[in-house]
Design a protein around this ligand. Structure first.
Ligand code: ATP
Ligand code: MG
Length: 415
């Protein structure tokens, strides 16, 4: 029997059982029993349904409730001994049950006061809830109710779009209502290897200029999501081609070939990509870019330091000792320096690499206390001598701890 025929016969019940890991399936089953015995209509929605149909791993279960959720979430956390992690005014709740984070939302309809505003929310039906979602492939639900357990609710033909591997927005104003969907469209298209429906692409182009009215926090939030994805470079590159990056900040680019090397940054891949985005802008734009995305301290430093590396290019081209290179770079973030070495040419790139590969790890053995024990008087001299030792070690004049001690005694004798 083909999969399609099987779905027609028993809905998606058997597919859920097959694709959801058994411990989680049992948990969802218990949630569904509690919902059914309390007259609450419960649905699996969004990304989980999409990913189950695609047979790819999903993140955390998303559930949607028709009616009132606050009492239900309380009831669940009591009956299943869970922890309510977060609850919002929109009626959404995050609850941890047996180690699984489950997202609950009340089915709702939304009204936008003006394009790009956060929506006004009212309770609605599951169909209304699905119709306010971003793309057809994200607007399917599977019923967890006894009456029609396993039925796929697919008012926007998401399943067909999944089969045709297409990202389709639900209506022409979708991106005007919520321009962050522009970035989401690029994210799903590149993550799943789907194409953008032609009409959707036109709607996107027509909404680009609304991005300028969106808060930095909302854009940054989407960028954070993107930088955390395996396909981050492809997503950014698609966003660039679609004119999205330029609409977020003029001239913002991702160099595709370099971007691919971001994988080598391991856990720092996200900030390496952020640094690459920063390198595409003139250094004089540091502050205004940071302000536009309302970047926190850590990310702001990556941007500023990337631009500071650009500002040091002339100095780094001249004849420099190791200690001079160290002095220029030691306050800057390693990732910004590393990315800088990809953007520059010898001798600058060689000096940036020398710093990353060797100089930054050179440390002296003695510390301030050792110096005091050796008779250096308390005060500024301690710092000065430590610095002199580091300079001498970086430039190869001293190597061992004995060399360091000898140098200290010599300085003391001469002073
Ligand atoms: P992911 O695998 O990235 O988590 P997801 O589909 O679960 O994908 P979420 O951001 O977790 O995406 O959101 C859950 C669901 O909420 C989406 O599937 C979509 O239906 C809906 N949604 C999220 N953001 C928006 C938005 N900006 N506009 C409309 N619907 C949205
Ligand atoms: Mg999700």
């Amino acid at each position: 029997m083909t999969e399609n025929l099987m779905y027609k016969m028993d809905g998606f019940a058997s597919l859920l059982k097959e694709r959801i890991p058994s411990s989680q399936y049992e948990l969802l089953d218990s949630i569904s029993s509690i919902a059914n015995s309390n007259g609450v209509a419960l649905y699996l929605v969004g990304g989980m349904v999409r990913d189950i149909l695609l047979s790819i791993p999903y993140t955390d279960p998303d559930l949607c409730i028709e009616g009132e959720s606050t009492d239900f979430v309380e009831l669940l956390s009591q009956e299943l001994t869970g922890n309510v992690i977060a609850q919002s005014d929109f009626g959404t709740a995050k609850i941890e049950l047996n180690g699984t984070i489950v997202d609950f939302a009340i089915a709702r309809k939304e009204k936008y006061q003006y394009k790009g505003a956060l929506p006004e929310v009212e309770k609605g039906t599951i169909i209304e809830d699905l119709s306010r979602r971003d793309f057809s492939i994200n607007s399917m639900a599977v019923s967890m109710n006894l009456r029609n357990y396993g039925e796929l609710i697919d008012p926007n033909n998401g399943r067909l779009d999944l089969e045709n591997r297409v990202i389709r927005a639900l209506h022409p104003d979708s991106f005007l209502d919520d321009p962050t969907r522009l970035l989401r469209a690029a994210r799903y298209a590149a993550r799943l290897g789907f194409t953008l429906d032609i009409e959707t692409k036109e709607w996107m182009t027509n909404s680009l200029n609304i991005l300028k009215d969106i808060s930095g926090d909302r854009i940054r939030h989407e960028i954070e999501h993107i930088l955390g994805e395996n396909q981050a470079v492809n997503i950014l590159s698609l966003a660039e081609q679609l004119g999205i990056l330029d609409s977020i900040y003029p001239s913002l680019r991702i160099p595709f070939e370099l971007g691919k090397s971001a994988a080598e940054f391991g856990d720092h891949r996200d900030i390496a990509l952020l640094s690459m985005l920063a390198y595409s802008l003139p250094p004089s734009h540091s502050k205004s870019f940071i302000r536009r995305l309302n970047l926190g301290r850590h990310w702001a430093k990556i941007v500023t330091d990337s631009h500071r590396v650009l500002g040091l290019i002339r100095e780094l081209s001249s004849d420099l000792s190791s200690s001079e290179i160290h002095a220029l770079l030691s306050d800057l973030h390693d990732t910004a320096i590393c990315v800088g070495s990809l953007y520059t040419e010898p001798p600058v790139s060689d000096r940036l690499k020398l710093y990353i590969e060797k100089l930054r790890d050179i440390k002296i053995s003695l510390d301030g206390q050792d110096l005091l024990n050796m008779g250096v008087p308390q005060g500024a001299l301690v710092g000065t001598i430590l610095n002199e030792l580091l300079v001498a070690k970086l430039d190869g004049y001293i190597i061992t701890e004995a060399d360091e001690r000898e140098t200290v005694y010599r300085i003391l004798k001469d002073s």
